[in-house]
Design a protein around this ligand. Structure first.
Ligand SMILES: [Ca+2]
Length: 520
């Protein structure tokens, strides 16, 4: 009798162990850039030497954290020397800001990231230089100097430079002041779309074009970067010369491919999809600003009915231009209020927004701190506050270059404490990211809408020839019961649910504010 029980136990244990091993052994199927990329504001991430400013060695010490989170790519905000905290006004395109470390440190970072199967992309700010750049300092001296033509000038009598006659053409961000700036003892004014400390570079000048290629090749070849995130990509030529903008980036991509045929170029074209689309030939990956906004709006309004049609509309349009395009989806980035603040601190809604991002198609980007629920609202410094690794008294690597207003010890639970809590936001992100990385359907699958009567739900199939999953999101606080139509009755098992969901008798029960993924 005892023997039989013991044998049964052994069999049961073997079965359990077998299943567990199977789950653990499931390999990642995502291959970057179709994996998840993590955006880092270096200044705020991790400080290795106690000066309060984030640095390269600090980031190296946290690569294991990112690997464990399931990250396969990192986008680093600008790291070149610059007089400002954000570093979008570059003084030297061929070096690293001394606060962050040295070129040798950075090469080491890239090597260490690659050793963990993480690719590295850096912000490349080419629309304008900083006004402390040697090129600009030289240009200011004399019109005969070669660097004069690196910038855009107009005579003081030119009607276009008169105050009030030039405004930004981006409808949402109209400026009343002129974008032309005076220079002491000169009859010429320089053009600067983003303000006087960021003089625009002159892309009509072939010498400047060659210099830009030299910069790009330096970082790819000498440092081993995998690609660039192009800042302000739609502004290198004025808006009325959009076609020149599109062509320039095709030219740039072609040149970069001579150094690395797999170079990854992602562009910031902050505009509606209709303006973004034509850039896809030269910039194969573009941020999907429209979808990020739609997801947060849907979660806040508890209305999921627009998401799938919106995604489809953008996808159909982009695919006609470049069938191989990379849809860089995200919730918010360093220029927008943080997700947790946008959902007014509602952790359920933050989780839903994350689940939508990580189950819809695309190559998702996460902004550092999103995974621990950091808060932040404009002005910009306060959507870029120090990352919280541990409780303040034991956080030796936390940066302190700015006093946080939103993400403080009383409002955000740091990484160490969240890691130890199974139900934390961090572990929720980790689970979903790893689920996506291991899923053909979620990483590569087609999006097939599922019609539901309830507008506070968002349901769809993700389908790949190797895998099919059914995804349900309940954006309301109330339980929802969804009757599976005959073509969805193949889905009988809960593959993922963050609350007590169940599927039974062709009905799936989705608790309020939760996501459910069903498999066959
Ligand atoms: Ca430091």
């Amino acid at each position: 009798m005892n023997k039989i029980i013991r044998i049964n136990l052994v069999i049961i244990l073997l079965v359990i162990t077998g299943n567990t091993l199977k789950a653990q052994e499931k390999q990642n199927v995502s291959k970057w850039p179709r994996g998840i990329t993590y955006e880092i504001f270096v200044q705020s991430f991790a400080d290795s030497n106690g000066d309060g400013i984030g640095d390269i060695n600090g980031m190296i010490s946290k690569l294991d954290y990112l690997q464990e989170l399931g990250i396969e790519g990192i986008w680093l905000m600008p790291m070149n020397p610059s007089p400002t905290y954000h570093k979008y006004d570059v003084s030297d395109y061929y070096d690293i800001h001394p606060d962050y470390g040295t070129l040798a440190d950075f090469k080491n970072f890239v090597k260490e990231a690659h050793a963990r199967n993480i690719k590295v992309v850096m912000d490349m700010v080419l629309n304008h230089s900083g006004n402390k750049n040697q090129w600009f300092k030289e240009a200011l001296k004399d019109e005969s100097i070669k660097y004069w033509d690196y910038y855009v000038w107009a005579h003081k009598d030119d009607p276009k430079v008169q105050p009030g006659t030039i405004t930004a053409t981006d409808g949402t961000q109209r400026r009343e002041r002129s974008n032309w700036y005076k220079v002491p003892n000169s009859d010429y004014l320089y053009f600067a779309h983003f303000g006087s400390n960021m003089p625009d570079l002159n892309f009509d000048n072939p010498k400047l074009q060659q210099e830009v290629f030299k910069i790009g090749k330096f970082w790819l070849k000498e440092v081993g970067l995998d690609g660039f995130r192009l800042d302000a990509a739609r502004h290198v030529f004025p808006d009325e010369r959009a076609t020149d903008n599109h062509k320039w980036w095709e030219y740039f991509l072609q040149e970069m491919k001579t150094v690395n045929n797999d170079v990854y170029i992602i562009g910031e074209v902050w505009a509606p999809a209709v303006i973004v689309g034509p850039y896809l030939k030269g910039i194969p990956a573009l941020f999907n600003f429209d979808m990020g906004g739609e997801i947060i709006k849907a979660v806040n309004e508890e209305n999921g009915s627009t998401l799938v049609p919106k995604h489809k509309e953008i996808e159909d349009f982009y695919k006609k231009i470049n069938p191989e395009y990379i849809d860089a989806t995200f919730l918010t980035n360093h220029d927008q209020d943080r997700v947790m603040s946008s959902v007014k601190g509602n952790a359920d809604k933050e989780k839903l927004a994350a689940a939508l991002l990580l189950t819809l198609p695309g190559s998702p980007y996460l902004y550092y701190g999103e995974e621990i629920g950091m808060l932040g609202q404009k002005p910009d410094e306060h959507i870029r506050e120090p990352f919280l690794w541990d409780k303040k008294e034991s956080d030796r690597i936390r940066t302190s270059w700015i006093k946080p207003i939103y993400s403080t010890d009383s409002s955000v639970i740091p990484v160490t404490q969240q890691s130890a809590d199974k139900s934390s936001l961090l572990n929720y992100y980790k689970t979903l990211i790893n689920l996506r990385n291991k899923s053909y359907a979620l990483t590569y699958g087609e999006l097939i809408p599922v019609v539901t009567a309830n507008k506070s739900s968002c349901a769809f199939i993700r389908s790949d020839e190797r895998e099919r999953l059914a995804v349900f999101h309940n954006l309301s606080g109330k339980n929802q019961i969804f009757n599976l139509p005959s073509d969805l009755r193949e889905f009988k098992m809960v593959y993922f649910a963050n609350k007590a969901a169940q599927v039974k008798n062709n009905q799936v029960t989705i608790p309020g504010f939760s996501a459910v993924i069903l498999t066959k």
